[in-house]
Design a protein around this ligand. Structure first.
Ligand code: NGQ
Ligand code: ZN
Length: 442
């Protein structure tokens, strides 16, 4: 059974071309084998290196521990990475993503230079480590090199630990140009502005004017109350309010952590056609706050999910906690539904697949002709799926138990996960173990 934009189809299978794009759905290989086949999920937000510090920031450092003290711990850890270590950690992460059902990742990459801030001999060395990791794992990549220029809204210089993130506009555009030369069906290059506090307005305009108008643009927008207050103090507007007034925000934009919104901002994002990247497990872990999901859905807004700091690598957990956060907050059940879509799981997954193309720049998302055949096959032998019917299969996947139900994963028609296991998981984990020994030794 194939989950298409028209619902489940038992008569369909893929006919794909040499690049792994769907040529027809009326299909060579029938898929009616009792398996539930879903589109692969796009992970809209990742900082790959943070996978290696999952579980290492859960000890109190200060009675006032917050996002900002977590960030200090994260910066200390970030300082240890070389291109080789980044490649080993990212490959492990991408293998885990594929096993969980993510088939594309947007890598929001700001660890560009050596720890003292000097560019590597190859200024793209860290980006190339991520590209190599994605290729080794077989995941589709949207690489988003990040522009990071200032340490706050007041334009202060980067702190010592932030130096390896920095570029001026020209060097940044050169990096994008260099990376675009490597683009292929598995690699799309986009633009990321770290946040309004890290990119001055004139630099933002210069970069957006210089880049191709179709290129995806991602940025962290309003994760913390503190940054909303700073933005109000220095730009006389809240972050989303400022962005909507000062940039041509449209469907090429992805706003990450649009957590703190007024009703007018919620409406404004929805009207703009931008995508919000919600990262429920990281936002919970960092104590950010809750995205106003119901209001945003009512306004017709687009959104997708990201695993961000990778304290969890599972689309199931992101979607489950997105819904549960709303239930806890409103003391009601079944929040993410629509009049014509009473299943929470289906409503969530339908929105996620709909945002994939704009946000990643890849022809992906749904099982339709011309999209890549990126697919997740659920395991018909998983007890949680016994007796499943088309109307409850997706709800069972998202809301039932903790045993992974992903059996096989295909990227561009190529099987990379078989019986729940990535083909290279053993070798990749060995390299990760060695990398972790080095990272923990320092
Ligand atoms: C990041 N992470 O860039 O890794 C950020 C923290 C910041 C999240 N926002 C750093 N979750 O925003 O300054
Ligand atoms: Zn982030």
């Amino acid at each position: 059974m194939l989950w298409t934009p028209d619902g489940w189809r038992s008569d369909a299978g893929f006919d794909i071309d040499d690049h792994g794009r769907i040529r027809a759905l009326d299909a060579a290989e029938p898929t009616g084998s009792g398996s539930w086949i879903l589109p692969g999920v796009a992970n809209l937000h990742s900082h790959a290196f943070q996978r290696a510090m999952a579980g290492l920031a859960e000890r109190q450092t200060n009675p006032e521990d917050s996002f900002w003290t977590w960030r200090e711990t994260m910066y200390r850890f970030a300082a240890r990475f070389t291109p080789e270590l980044l490649r080993a950690v990212a490959t492990q992460l991408y293998v885990e993503m594929l096993e969980a059902g993510y088939t594309t990742v947007c890598e929001f990459h700001y660890l560009h230079h050596a720890p003292d801030g000097r560019p590597y001999d190859d200024p793209a060395a860290m980006s190339r480590a991520l590209i190599a990791a994605a290729r080794d794992a077989g995941i589709r990549l949207t690489l988003l090199p990040v522009l990071y220029m200032t340490g706050g809204f007041d334009g202060r210089a980067l702190g010592e630990r932030q130096r390896r993130f920095g570029h001026d506009v020209d060097a940044y555009l050169r990096l994008i140009d260099t990376l675009c030369e490597d683009a292929d069906p598995m690699l799309h290059v986009g633009c990321a502005l770290h946040s309004l506090r890290a990119v001055p307005p004139d630099a933002m305009r210069a970069v957006l004017d210089a880049l191709p108008p179709s290129m995806p643009v991602h940025l962290h927008i309003a994760e913390q109350i503190g940054e909303v207050q700073d933005c109000l103090a220095l730009r006389d507007a809240r972050p989303v309010e400022w962005l909507l007034a000062n940039a041509n925000v449209d469907s090429r934009w992805t706003l990450v952590h649009a957590t703190h919104l007024t009703p007018a901002e919620t409406q404004g994002i929805a009207r703009s056609g931008a995508t919000v990247a919600i990262c429920p497990t990281t936002e919970a872990n960092l104590g950010d706050g809750l995205f106003p999901l119901r209001e945003y859905l009512d306004a017709g807004g687009r959104w997708g999910i990201g695993s961000d700091s990778h304290i969890s690598v599972s689309p199931v957990e992101e979607l489950r906690w997105l819904e549960y956060g709303q239930r806890l907050n409103t003391r009601h059940r079944n929040i993410a539904v629509r009049a014509d879509s009473p299943s929470v799981g289906e409503t969530l997954l339908r929105d996620v697949v709909r945002s994939a193309r704009n946000s990643t720049g890849h022809a992906i998302g749904s099982f339709v002709v011309d999209d890549y055949a990126d697919a997740v096959v659920l395991d018909p032998d998983a007890p949680a799926l016994f007796g499943a019917r088309s109307e409850d299969a997706i709800d069972r996947w998202i809301f039932s138990g903790n045993r992974p139900m992903v059996r096989d994963v295909y990227v561009g028609g190529r099987r990379v996960v078989e019986n729940g296991l990535h083909r290279q998981r053993v070798e990749v984990a060995q390299r990760y173990r060695a990398a972790m020994a080095t990272l923990m030794a320092e």
